[in-house]
Each structure stands twice: as structure tokens, then as C-alpha cells.
Design a protein around this ligand. Structure first.
Ligand SMILES: *[C@@H]1O[C@H](CO)[C@@H](O)[C@H](O)[C@H]1NC(C)=O
Ligand SMILES: *[C@@H]1O[C@H](CO)[C@@H](O)[C@H](O)[C@H]1NC(C)=O
Ligand SMILES: *[C@@H]1O[C@H](CO)[C@@H](O)[C@H](O)[C@H]1NC(C)=O
Ligand SMILES: *[C@@H]1O[C@H](CO)[C@@H](O)[C@H](O)[C@H]1NC(C)=O
Ligand SMILES: *[C@@H]1O[C@H](CO)[C@@H](O)[C@H](O)[C@H]1NC(C)=O
Ligand SMILES: *[C@@H]1O[C@H](CO)[C@@H](O)[C@H](O)[C@H]1NC(C)=O
Length: 482
């Protein structure tokens, strides 16, 4: 990269402008080959379904004016026996089709002086070779853009066969169809491909770079630099910032650089940085996900009453001879700190708890306040194209800050109780809210298969193959096509 940057100042400038990504996606040759197989199959289905407009014309043939009309044009068979796709370093992707063939049928009808006739026609095209190079880039809004870079077409033979009609008609049609079809194809196929690519580009530019996660947060998938195409893969660097819904203010920290492993045995490699998780923690903190009130109704696994605290704050027992329900208001006081290490991911939550008694007349009476620090292990799994995070409490520390009256020096009892409350109520509530998972950057209608996650210091890598799901629901089997 640096070697390619020739004028030093420009190089410095571009280094400053290009932000580090929070997420990385790599598509390997294996992924490209799979995409080509699926793509050719989809192209075939689309072409076979395509309908073409009828056309009519008038030609002079042997001094006779002939009016003709061609209708019902359809492509009956299409065969791509040899296709290949490869990366063109620095440019994009090359796709080539060799020895392709097609048969086209249509109805014809003609009218000349004293003559009327009609019938069917079959056109066989064989020895078709097409090589297309797409250029991939990033537009100013950070979306992927594709452009036709080069299109080359060779057609070996076009043969017209008539069903019905006289030999006179035959010579008319072959004269007016065989050559024109070949020239039309020569001229129009690449133009057509260019048009299709422009449509695809327009589709890509309509894709949302902000993808919703749940009611609280969304992810920015914008490209932070142009796609980097190498001989064996393409790398996409994505912003990978999680924002609270409705607020696109960047977090006060930036991603650290990281690299994907030099492997190519999976179709796709996804790199998730600590920055991504840190921005998610901040977004959920801002959205109030870590503010939770536990009431007696929520605490189904224990009886949340003042009697729990009698020994800890003896005055509570004096105030409340009969036990009253208790409210625990927990809140994080800073964004939980995320740490991604080779041996796992942890989340450190600092916050405080306000404890209240609910009196028989529904008045809420303040009891005490304490600081909390909870160390949790974040269990990361990939399920259904999503990175799912679930927390597991490892350790809880409590310190009393203030209470309505004196308090005992023995905090361990409250600590034990709060650990239990966090484990059985708070963590499940947070996990429930996180349970939707983070959608991983993914191609339309594909599912990840056999994803493998590897944790590293500061980032994790998911290596996976993908499977294309047909619209109807059936899977396009990865291994049954050549
Ligand atoms: C978005 O969040 C930032 C940082 O918390 C805050 O300063 C800003 O006021 C928020 N903007 C809106 C529109 O809520
Ligand atoms: C969380 O609770 C605290 C205390 O009640 C409050 O100040 C803060 O605004 C809450 N945060 C959110 C995002 O609701
Ligand atoms: C919980 O405590 C309240 C108040 O002491 C009591 O009325 C209720 O029966 C208890 N519930 C259970 C399930 O023990
Ligand atoms: C509710 O009951 C408490 C204790 O009995 C009392 O101090 C308080 O004034 C009552 N509040 C209302 C609104 O009646
Ligand atoms: C309680 O937490 C706050 C905010 O995290 C901190 O400023 C304060 O020093 C803590 N107090 C104790 C006694 O730990
Ligand atoms: C992590 O999550 C997976 C899937 O939910 C679960 O099977 C596994 O037991 C969890 N691991 C831990 C340590 O909780």
C-alpha cells in the first residue's frame, strides 16, 4: 500500500483521510466461484423468463416490398458449459463465459404483393464467448459501486431454421435475420450487459448503509475505503460503528488497525473489532439498556422484600416490622468496558443501585444506595447471520454509599444477594434485549454455513461459507453443481 503511494505528501494525506475500519469483510476466490455458479444460474433463469417485444418492418427483396412481423420471441435453451471468475488486482472482477450456446424461437408473419405467409423460426447461436470486467469502487456516500470496465464478445455461428414457409421466404428470412441477428448480438449484448450493470449499481446505491439492529441501536456499514482487490481476494473495510437509534454522533474513540488472517479456505472472512463492540456498548448504554428496575413482580425466583436487608441495615427491620416489597433501581454510570482477548470477551459494568421499600399505601420509601461493579463474560456466538452476545456474571462488588440510617460493616450478605439478583433477573433481561443479535454484513439471501469464530487480542474473525437461499425457500446446494 505504502509502496504504491508515490508522492509522499499525497500519501500522508490519504493515510489521514482513510479511517480504520471497525469491520472487515474478505471474499476469497472460493467465495467468488460460488457467487459465479449461483450468478450464472440466476442469469439463466432470468433470461429464460424474459419476454421480448415484437417488431415489424419493411424490406425490399428482389424488387418486392415485403412487410414482416416477428413476435413471440423467447429464448428456449441457454447453456454456459465453461464459466470462470477471477480477481483483477487493483480493478475488480473478471467474468468469462466460453462455448455458450442458445436457441431462440419466434413466430413470423409476412405480407408481400400477392403473398401472405406465416410460421415459426428457430435461431441457434453457438460458440459464444463473453468476457466482462467489472470495476468495483466506493462512491462518496460509502456504498459499493460497480462499473463495466470492459466487455468482449465473439459469436461463432448463428443458424436460422424455418418451420413452414416456402424457399423464397426462407431466403428472405435468412438474409434479413441471420446476419442482422449476429450484428445485433455483437452490438447489443455488451450494451445490454452495461445496462444491467448500471441497474445493479443503482440498486447498490439504494442499499441502506445504516442497518437497524433492534429498537435501540443501528450499525453503519459504509465503506471507509475503496474495495481492495488482490489476486486471491477482495477486502472490504466497513465503518462498523453501532449508534443509538436516531443519533449518528460518532463515539469519542476510533478503531485500532487490525488484519484478517492470510487464509483462503473459507468463502468469507469477517473481522469484528473491539471498536465495534465498544461502540455497541456505548450505544446501548446511551439507550438506557443497562438501566433496570427490579420489582417484586420481576423477581420471580426470590421474594424481594425488606426482610432481605434487615441484618444489613438493622434500622430497616425497625422501620418495617412487617416485610414490604422492595424496588431495586440499577443503572450503569458509565458505558460498560469491553475487552476482547484471545481467551474470550468480557464486559465490565460499573454502576449503582438505589433501593426502595414500597409501603402499603404505595408510597416509595428510599432505603439505601450503593456502588456496583459487575464483571461479566460475554459469550459470543454466530447464529443465523447474527453475532449474538450473552452475558454471564463472573463477579460482583458492592459498596454502600448512603442509607436512611446506619449500616452494618458486613456488606458480603448484600453482595451475595445482589449477585443472585443480577444473575437471575438483571442479566437475563439484558441478554433478552441483546438477543436480537448484531446482523453481520451479508449478501442478499445467503446464509452462513459452518461459521467458525476465532478470538484475538482486539478483534475476532469469523470464517464461513455461505449458501444461497432461493426465493421459494429451497436451498441452492453448494456441492451438487459443477
Ligand atoms: C447525540 O448524542 C451525543 C452524544 O451523547 C449528544 O451530545 C447529542 O446531543 C445527541 N444528539 C441528539 C440529536 O440527541
Ligand atoms: C439511567 O438512569 C439514570 C438514573 O435514573 C438517569 O439519570 C439516566 O438518564 C438513565 N439513562 C437513560 C439512557 O435512560
Ligand atoms: C413474600 O413476602 C411477602 C411479605 O412478607 C409475603 O406476604 C408473601 O407471602 C411472600 N411470598 C412468598 C412466595 O413467599
Ligand atoms: C404512606 O404511609 C407512610 C407510613 O405509614 C406515611 O408516612 C406516609 O405519609 C403515607 N403517604 C401517603 C401519601 O399517605
Ligand atoms: C461510586 O461510584 C462513583 C461513580 O462510578 C465514583 O465516583 C465513586 O467514587 C464511587 N464511590 C465509592 C465509595 O466506591
Ligand atoms: C454460549 O452460548 C451458546 C449458545 O447460546 C451456549 O450453547 C453456550 O453454552 C454458552 N457458553 C457459555 C459459557 O455460557
Amino acid at each position: 500500500m505504502l509502496k504504491m503511494c508515490y508522492p509522499f505528501l499525497l500519501c500522508l494525506l490519504s493515510l489521514q483521510l482513510e479511517a480504520n475500519p471497525g469491520l472487515k469483510v474478505r471474499i476469497t476466490q472460493k467465495g467468488l466461484d460460488y457467487g459465479r455458479r449461483i450468478g450464472m444460474e440466476l442469469l439463466k433463469q432470468a433470461v429464460l423468463k424474459e419476454t421480448f417485444p415484437s417488431w415489424s418492418g419493411q424490406e425490399s427483396f428482389s424488387f418486392v416490398k415485403v412487410n414482416y412481423r416477428i413476435s413471440g420471441l423467447r429464448i428456449n435453451t441457454l447453456d454456459f458449459p465453461e464459466t470462470s471468475a477471477s480477481f483483477i488486482p487493483g480493478t475488480g472482477i473478471s467474468l468469462s463465459v466460453a462455448r455458450a450456446s442458445a436457441t431462440i424461437s419466434a413466430d413470423w408473419r409476412m405480407k408481400a404483393w400477392l403473398l401472405r405467409d406465416q410460421g415459426g423460426i428457430t435461431v441457434s447461436i453457438s460458440g459464444l464467448f463473453i468476457a466482462v470486467v467489472f470495476e468495483v469502487s466506493r462512491d462518496t456516500t460509502g456504498r459499493l459501486s460497480v462499473l463495466l470496465h470492459n466487455c468482449q464478445l465473439i459469436i461463432n455461428s448463428v443458424k436460422v431454421k424455418l418451420n413452414g414457409g416456402s424457399s423464397w421466404v426462407y431466403s428472405f428470412l435468412s438474409h434479413y435475420l441471420e446476419k442482422p441477428i449476429q450484428t445485433k448480438l455483437d452490438k447489443n449484448l455488451c450494451l445490454n450487459i452495461k445496462y444491467k450493470i448500471q441497474m445493479m449499481d443503482a440498486q447498490l446505491r439504494k442499499l441502506k448503509v445504516l442497518s437497524p439492529i433492534d429498537a435501540f441501536a443501528q450499525i453503519d456499514y459504509a465503506l471507509v475505503s475503496p474495495p481492495a482487490v488482490f489476486k486471491s481476494h477482495v477486502n472490504l473495510d466497513l465503518k462498523g460503528t453501532v449508534y443509538p437509534v436516531g443519533n449518528h454522533t460518532d463515539p469519542p474513540f476510533v478503531p485500532a488497525p487490525f488484519a484478517l488472517p492470510n487464509q483462503d479456505d473459507s468463502m468469507l472472512y469477517l473481522g469484528v473489532s473491539n471498536y465495534f463492540l465498544k461502540s455497541a456498548s456505548l450505544a446501548y448504554y446511551r439507550a438506557g439498556l443497562f438501566n433496570i428496575t427490579i420489582s417484586q413482580e420481576l423477581a420471580t425466583s426470590f421474594n424481594l422484600t425488606t426482610s432481605i436487608f434487615n441484618d444489613f441495615v438493622p434500622e430497616i427491620g425497625l422501620y418495617h416490622v412487617t416485610a414490604h416489597p422492595v424496588l431495586l433501581k440499577l443503572m450503569a454510570t458509565s458505558p460498560p468496558a469491553v475487552s476482547l482477548q484471545a481467551d474470550g470477551c468480557s464486559l465490565h459494568i460499573t454502576g449503582c443501585v438505589d433501593v426502595f421499600a414500597v409501603l402499603p399505601n404505595s408510597t416509595i420509601q428510599y432505603l439505601f444506595t450503593g456502588n456496583l461493579t459487575a464483571s461479566t463474560r460475554a459469550n459470543l456466538t454466530v447464529t443465523k447471520q447474527k453475532l449474538i452476545i450473552s452475558l454471564l456474571l463472573k463477579r460482583l462488588r458492592f459498596s454502600l454509599l448512603h442509607s436512611i440510617a446506619g449500616f452494618s460493616e458486613q456488606v458480603s450478605q448484600v453482595e451475595n444477594f445482589l449477585s443472585y439478583a443480577l444473575q437471575s433477573v438483571v442479566i437475563p433481561v439484558i441478554n433478552g434485549k441483546l438477543g436480537q443479535g448484531f446482523p453481520l454484513p451479508n449478501l442478499a439471501r445467503t446464509v452462513l454455513i459452518r461459521p467458525v469464530m476465532k478470538m484475538n487480542q482486539g478483534h475476532l474473525v469469523i470464517s464461513t461459507d455461505v449458501l444461497y437461499k432461493q426465493k421459494g425457500g429451497g436451498d441452492e446446494d453448494l456441492h451438487s453443481h459443477s
